[in-house]
Ligand binder design. Sequence first.
Ligand SMILES: N[C@@H](CCC(=O)N[C@@H](CS)C(=O)NCC(=O)O)C(=O)O
Length: 303
Amino acid sequence: MTELILHHYPMSPFSEKVRKVFAAKRLAWRGVEQPMWNPKPQLVPLTGGYRRIPVLQIGADVYCDTACILREIEARHPQPTIFPGGTGGAAEILAWWADRQLFMAAATLVLAAMGPSMPPEFKADREKMVPGLRIDALAEQAPHAKNQLRAYCDALNRQLADRAFVLGDAFSLADAACFHVLWFARMDPAAARLIAAAPAVAAWFDRVDAMGHGASTPLSADEALAIAARSDPATPPATDPADPNGAKPGDRVTVTADDYALDPVAGQIVALTASDIAIRRRDPQVGEIVVHFPQAGFRLAPA
Ligand SMILES: N[C@@H](CCC(=O)N[C@@H](CS)C(=O)NCC(=O)O)C(=O)O
């Protein structure tokens, strides 16, 4: 039960980040296509309430957020590494910038361009999910977002001027993170023009795009839930003696994203490190599940 099961949908940029790492590592994986908006009745039994995409399932262990997902994929399939030549810290820091800062400019432009013509269910879902979002008002922010995207592309263009990949001559997590955002941004024609105007970025984009997605075969959501139900979580307990708040295995907590989609997941701590947290929960449909989150970007609170 160590098959990599990615819950995703084709247009999801954060899923594209993971699919690129599958490509770089030439991995075989199963893809479960999930809906683009709530309800997600065949996802939340696995996560306990987390609704964002993608989610990685390995048996009855469930990994939320691409930071945590990609650390796990790297741990299980270390070669070729996504942290070549000791770039682990730099790659994660750049990925943080891409996922939050660069993504904000891209999402503003894509939603401003496409949001108004999306189904009302999509608009209502995203406005409920993102604090303060009003899709019909985003057009006012597009000029600012274009300047931000152009400045970021200019910095990336200088970085890529004399190397094939963001951090050197080998693909790293930083490439997956910068790529998925620009791949998404290109859905807005104005953003696509800004990317095309940065020649080193455009050439790098085509290089990463050509890598493909690894070898995927589809899996039904029902089968994924059945796999979880007949598996046991495989995460051993781990204590972090340096946890700054004294959190420890056995504590009852909630874990909630600190940016958007603020749906708490409740459970009992199983394992803690400086970078990740795993909690155990019992679900009526799939039984015992261990759900993993990154520490960065998530709020841990007593249940
Ligand atoms: N920080 C998260 C961000 C995930 C995210 O925002 N995903 C988008 C799709 S790419 C999402 O879940 N949107 C709402 C939805 O699909 O229901 C990660 O790295 O996984």
